[in-house]
Design a protein around this ligand. Structure first.
Ligand SMILES: [Zn+2]
Length: 105
């Protein structure tokens, strides 16, 4: 029986796993890791690719989130622009009325 060192694809913790086992669980986050019929190299590759996938998904999620924030910010700016336009119009109307009153009143 040998111990294989492998990285948990979920939390990245180093695990020592018996190479006779088909599955194991990460002692830190409890993720189930399948190892059936794989050599250490295959296992490393799998763990690595899963880690990359996870990092990629995380990055994608982050990008999505960033996009959402951008959209929200854009909407906020638009609203502010509309509001300031409204305020300007109201001021203009008020000043015009005042000038009319001063002139003819
Ligand atoms: Zn883990």
């Amino acid at each position: 029986m040998n111990l294989i060192k492998l990285e948990c694809p979920n939390c990245g913790s180093m695990l020592n796993v018996e190479d006779t086992l088909n599955t194991c669980f990460c002692t830190y986050c409890g993720t189930k890791i399948m190892m059936s019929g794989m050599s250490k190299d295959e296992l490393d590759a799998k763990v690595k690719s899963e880690g990359i996938n996870k990092a990629y998904r995380y990055f994608e999620k982050k990008l999505d989130h960033k996009h959402e924030i951008d959209l929200m910010r854009e909407e906020m700016y638009k609203k502010q622009e509309q509001d300031s336009w409204k305020v300007g119009l109201i001021l203009f109307v008020l000043i015009t009325i005042c000038m009319l009153i001063l002139k003819f009143g």
